[in-house]
Design a protein around this ligand. Sequence first.
Ligand code: KIV
Ligand code: ZN
Length: 548
Amino acid sequence: MDEKNRVRFFDTTLRDGEQSPGINLNASEKLEIAEQLARLRVDIIEAGFPIASEGDFKAVEAIARKVKGPVICGLARANEADIVACGNAIKDAERGRIHTFISSSKTHMQHQLRMNEAQVLELAVKSVRHAKAFTDDVEFSAMDATRSDVEFLIRLFSAAVEAGATTLNVPDTVGYTMPDEYAELIRTLRAKVTGGDDVIWSVHCHDDLGLATANTLSAVKAGARQVEVAMNGIGERAGNAALEEVVMAIETRRDLLGVVTGLELRHIGDTSRKVSKLTGYRVPRNKAIVGANAFMHESGIHQDGVLKERSTYEIMKPETVGHSTDNIYLGKHSGRHAFQVKLQGMGIDLTPDELGRAFKKFKDLADQKKVVTDEEIEAIVLLDKGTVSDQFHLVSFQSFGGPSVIPMAAVRVQKGDELIEQTGSGDGQVDALCDAINKATDFHGRLTRYEVSATTEGTDSLGEVFVMVAEGGSSMTGRSVAADVIEASALAYLNAINRLLQKRALKKDSKTNSELMRSNPMQADPEPVSVGGERGVSGEGKGLAGSK
Ligand code: KIV
Ligand code: ZN
């Protein structure tokens, strides 16, 4: 592969993507997504923001230890405590990267950092140097670069290279730039930054004006060789450039762009589905590349053309991006081996325990339905993950409702050896069930989001339920799938409560990534979370972060 023309894919689904409102992944879900991203062969996985919480630290550490292939990267603000946490979290990676950033625009420097250019420059240099003590692979980002003074950017990036940065990232943090303007900025920086020829230029685009993909591609034409993207385009506000759009534009229009990628394109579909299921962020039907309609032809003229020759209306083959199915449907006569082969074909790896549980669920479902579709298999397998450490298990429930009765529910919930029975009432059967579950689990929060969807067509489809619950300032998502939507609702609600309890047990300190990004990004936490290692080794951390 021609290194000069190879575009590196830096996936930030687990960091910027996880900053999307309402996304709350636990460590095992993050690991699962990271393993899938490795299958997709992204070059770099930004696994999280280790200083944010013990949970984030542990997730990055676990990914660094277990996921082989891609470079594993952690994010750190330009202060000592962040960099030490990040360095410790990635230290066991095959190849680890620290990504450190500081804002460079006047508005950020004046209103958020309350620093002048010289102070920002000094912190950038100190941070890159400090990061180099942990790894050779250091990325430096000038946050809000597209609204920054270009002359200052040139000085800042030149200093970062001098300090040892190997990748320079030019984020369009607020999704403000336009394709031509962004290309011009990249060209100028490449030409004028001292040492700019020896580093990889990276771009990170947000989609506030719907231009993230266009801006990213324009920057690639101008010489950027790392693109920061997220699966399904998730991320802060309107999201990041969508991985699937950027890679397929590069692959489909190689004639224009003249660059290559190393991605395993057939894993785009399953990665998209996995991210959607685990984050609860649905992919719109008409979404480019990964939407259900992306390869559907509705009008008679189009159908006629495609039947005669697919290229009449298709610029990509659906199977290239993992839209195809193998046309093997499993049913109640299918055995464990066929089930396992099917999972392998879908890119799903399970431990023997997980396989045993998934196979039992599949058999139960196959008893109720003639044919179990790929979507249903994916749903039962994915949604089964992470249930082992649950505090509460739903043993049984009853509910009834209707226009002329008061909806009532009774639940039986197992907690260790204890069997708890409770009843509840409400506006409808789901409300009544939640009331009974609240009493059984002593949960005092409320349901803030409730979404139900069918996994396939037909009235015998499985019902998939996604919920969000909130209690005392924390919120948590829950999911489940079952043939009966009321059962799926009860399971999803209990799942959210269990996950909230797990999160609380893990740590008391928690701040979400977004909360940290919204706080003064250069200010070390007054009481940094304890993550072991040599964190906060000296007062220098505060000095670094707080020097005015
Ligand atoms: O949008 C942004 O500027 C970021 C940086 C941390 C790279 O996410
Ligand atoms: Zn971002």
